[in-house]
Ligand binder design. Structure first.
Ligand code: CA
Length: 306
């Protein structure tokens, strides 16, 4: 098996002014980080995590490596918060997934409530355990899933990256086979869209990660879009694993942090990252084309009249 098409997409949602989520889509390594903290601290925390993960991508080859990357990210965020009182206390979730194509296995390391799911034969399975207040109450039987879904403190997480010098990282490994779809998401999706609806949308996307990403973000926003929503998806297909050459392994510097004041949407298709400066950015170009076409049409009409 090998990783086929992959897509990552993030959206500010309908209620928040800023996007504190970040993601990595660098097959066979994938990650989601959902930042928290006042002012721009949440954005900084999630971007520091994503940058640390992306930097290490070429060197990570097993579960221990994935955990190491999470610990490195933790140390960097924590160090930064010690240096800069303005961002003290910032933190982020991190869910990092690595595919071992030769072994047909997925290793996940995670802290916080960003989830990993495996979608197989029409069934959605949540792989991670939410490190959240309501997650723990549900596991101890003191809250039902339905109560948790509307609980006022449902966004409170019990573990985060960057808030302390050391962090407790959960890990798991599951098998993968052709036809599987793997989804990583921030709680902006899982808190807005129920698992059965996520499963329905994944099924309707017919294995296309990009279509699925669009549909999931659309559904989160249709349900209210109360939080930033980020999804990373990839499909598992038949194939012989080959040595991968990745952008991050050629010594090029990691991508610069996005301007936090800019509302951006980012899309990664088949591992190619595309930055888009907001949803309106294509309109000026389109308007120019329409104007030029109108002028050309008028010129032809005018010359015919004469
Ligand atoms: Ca969130």
């Amino acid at each position: 098996m090998i990783v086929g098409r992959a897509a990552g997409q993030t959206d500010t949602g309908r209620k928040r002014r800023r996007n504190e989520d970040a993601f990595v889509c660098d097959p066979p390594l994938f990650a989601i980080a959902d930042g928290m903290g006042g002012a721009q601290a949440g954005e900084l925390a999630s971007r520091l995590a994503a940058a640390a993960i992306e930097e290490a991508a070429a060197a990570v080859s097993d579960k221990e490596g994935v955990v190491g990357v999470v610990r490195t990210a933790n140390a960097r965020i924590f160090q930064r918060s010690l240096q800069d009182p303005g961002v003290a206390g910032m933190g982020t979730t991190a869910t990092v997934a690595l595919v071992d194509e030769r072994a047909g296995a997925l290793s996940v390391a995670h802290v916080g409530d960003s989830r990993a799911y495996r979608f197989r034969d029409g069934t959605l399975e949540q792989l991670t355990t939410d490190h959240s207040l309501v997650g723990e109450l549900v596991r101890s039987g003191r809250l039902t899933e339905d109560e948790a879904a509307v609980h006022p403190h449902r966004s409170v997480i019990t573990r985060a990256l960057g808030t302390e010098a050391e962090v407790d990282v959960d890990t798991l490994t599951v098998d993968l086979r052709p036809g599987d779809l793997v989804l990583l998401c921030s709680d902006g999706l899982s808190a807005m869209v129920r698992d059965d609806e996520i499963a329905r949308l994944l099924g309707a996307a017919d294995g296309d990660p990009h279509r699925a990403a669009e549909a999931l973000i659309g559904a989160a926003n249709a349900a209210g879009g109360e939080d930033n929503v980020t999804v990373v998806l990839f499909e598992v297909v038949e194939g012989e694993p080959a040595e991968r050459t990745r952008a991050s392994s050629d010594g090029s510097p990691p991508r610069p942090a996005l301007d936090p004041d800019e509302e951006t949407s980012e899309t990664v298709v088949d591992g190619v990252r595309r930055h888009g400066a907001g949803k309106g950015s294509r309109w000026p170009a389109l308007l120019l084309v329409i104007t030029l076409l109108a002028i050309a049409t008028f010129a032809v009409w005018w010359s015919l009249l004469r």
